[in-house]
Write a protein that binds this ligand. Sequence first.
Ligand SMILES: NC(=O)c1ccc[n+]([C@@H]2O[C@H](COP(=O)([O-])OP(=O)(O)OC[C@H]3O[C@@H](n4cnc5c(N)ncnc54)[C@H](O)[C@@H]3O)[C@@H](O)[C@H]2O)c1
Length: 414
Amino acid sequence: MGLGYVGVTAAACLASQGHDVIGVDPNATKVDTILNGKSPIMEPGVEDLIRGARTANKVTAVTSIVPEVAQADLVMVCVGTPSAADGSHNMTHIAEVSRQLAVLVKENPYSRLTIAYRSTIRPGTIEELIQPIFDGVLSSEADRIELVYYPEFLREASAVQDFFDPPKVVIGTKTGAPCKVLDEINEGMKAPVFYVKYRESELTKFVDNTFHAVKTVFANEVGRLCVQLGISAAEIHRIFVADTKLNISPSYLRPGGAFGGSCLPKDVRALQHISRSTGGSAHLIESLIESNEAHKSFLFNYVTKELEFGASVLMIGISFKRDSDDLRESPNVDLARMLITAGYQVSIFDPHVKPDSLIGQNLGVLSNSPFIRQLLVDHPTMEGTSWDLVVDTRGTASDYSITARRTVDISRLS
Ligand SMILES: NC(=O)c1ccc[n+]([C@@H]2O[C@H](COP(=O)([O-])OP(=O)(O)OC[C@H]3O[C@@H](n4cnc5c(N)ncnc54)[C@H](O)[C@@H]3O)[C@@H](O)[C@H]2O)c1
């Protein structure tokens, strides 16, 4: 359903694998082009596959849904979800195609369809828009439909290659259980497969595309800065991407604590200053400290949800990271301050922070935040007390035998 870049590529590739494919699209020009053995889109390799599939009688195209669709093993929905005026996705085509499929199944009593949506749709669309359309038309027979969200990760210009060798396969079902038909279609694919519930699968594509946008914007902000400073952007890029330990890697990508410590906040602020003073408008870099502060506020609300005023709170970890005594710009000091200000009885356990051994700037942090010294508790006190809340900034709470009504690990959001 839908013969745009995604639909035509899928039709061509599936037909080339020997599947019998019917392409449906109201655009008569697209349909005629396919029937003539040509591709309605410019995409390397697609026209050859369509020509071959037409010759082998493996692909056909129609301008409206035909009864044969009711017998399909799999229906793939690839209709467009363009931007609406308010920036949201326009769901008109998704709703229309769902209604058409629901009516088709209703009119064909023996039809059972697995319908995989490939269009990009916001989290909640299957449960709040698509499923109700099927329920409305089919009522008690809605179980004749298996709805799957199956995001597409191909890139235009390398779509055929990406179709056969995607970076990953994400299959969203009601319970997170596998989908038999898609498993058969994807047999032999090398990509990692993730079976998740609808909402996780729906969000994946947005996160990917937004991250790609972040990478592009970041690269260009750094590039602009280099040009303004008379530094080779190409050299900086070459050095940056060669670091596959900290830069081009999963490091620093896990949702959890805010950034802090002696380097990141200081150096980000300094780069912001350099950028401003050289006339750059590096909006992404400019937003980093502000966004980090917003995250600290979020974490405070996250851990104190439904926590009564005056409750006892144990924080595990006060330095900026595990196995360190460095308190400089530690987001955990900020969190402790917010908890105290909000009226909670805070205690802190951090075996690496020994107030009497701290020197230099760390000692300065202790003078500015004297509560740290007062609130530190030792191991026996931590294990011998019953806490209303444990805020685990390290992910190590389970290493101890702590009695707590609730434990929240902020080192990894779940
Ligand atoms: N283009 C990409 O690289 C890409 C990659 C991954 C995901 N996506 C997502 O996949 C979806 C499709 O993208 P696209 O680029 O192929 O869109 P597109 O605009 O090229 O094609 C969409 C097609 O759907 C057809 N259509 C509309 N209503 C229909 C109906 N009721 N029945 C059948 N066909 C109908 C349109 O006529 C059009 O030909 C979008 O949600 C997009 O965000 C696109």
